[in-house]
Design a protein around this ligand. Structure first.
Ligand code: NYM
Ligand code: MG
Length: 214
């Protein structure tokens, strides 16, 4: 059975993930390829509302917040699997790596952080949006008021994402977004995912696992 690919976009706040994931889904549908967008956190569910309250000023200890973000992915698992198996390209805006990167940046252990997410549907393709020039992040960083949207904290998160990038041994697709027009980034994304979305994937969905380098 051919299924749709699971395509994950990761990166810091303000790198354009939401714009690009939405535009990719539109572009796929325009050429007649079924596509569905999943965003994490999904703020619509009961747990998502708790997460939203936390991000906008509520207080929880770090471990509890972490487990809520993970549970928010698990509660969407069946829908995500069903969508891929129905043949849709499943486009995800943040997922497991955001979960670990933001919590590890607060000082939680990476191995502990990843454990509740082990076994979730694994992405087939990971696209990592980043700035080549770190100063750009600061320039662009007209951050909002939410928790984590601070330059100093974003640097720590970037470092955590880069550990994953390195451990992926070249399997992550890095897209530099510094000063690039939206259409140019969209074109780079299309080069990475276009043909896979047309052909689909033969292999079954793999349960997520990760090998850390010490
Ligand atoms: N975030 C997101 C986490 O801390 N853990 C997670 O597991 C996920 C999925 O939520 N600053 C953080 C990163 C963001 C914040 O996400 C809200 P967005 O994409 O800005 O709505
Ligand atoms: Mg944000």
């Amino acid at each position: 059975m051919t299924r749709g690919p699971i395509i994950l976009f990761e990166g810091l706040d303000r790198t354009g993930k939401s714009t690009q994931t939405e535009s990719l889904v539109d572009a796929l549908r325009r050429v007649g390829i079924g596509a569905e967008l999943f965003r994490f956190p999904n703020r619509e569910t009961g747990l998502g509302k708790m997460i939203n309250a936390y991000l906008t000023g509520g207080s929880l200890n770090d471990e509890t917040a972490h487990l809520l973000f993970s549970a928010n992915r698990w509660e969407c698992k069946d829908a995500l699997v069903a969508s891929s198996e129905a043949g849709n390209a499943v486009v995800i805006d943040r997922y497991i790596f955001s979960g670990v990167a933001y919590s590890a940046a607060k000082g939680l252990e990476r191995e502990w952080c990843v454990s509740p997410d082990l076994g979730l549907p694994s992405p087939d393709i990971v696209i990592f949006f980043k700035f080549k020039d770190t100063a750009k992040a600061t320039e662009r960083g007209q951050y909002g008021e939410e928790r984590y949207e601070k330059v100093e904290f974003q640097k720590l998160v970037r470092h955590e994402f880069e550990k994953f990038e390195e451990e992926s041994s070249g399997s992550w697709n890095v897209v530099y977004v510094d000063d690039k027009p939206i259409a140019e980034v969209a074109e780079e994304v299309w080069q990475i995912v276009g043909s896979v979305c047309e052909k689909g994937i033969e292999d079954e969905i793999r349960p997520f696992q990760w090998e850390f380098k010490k």
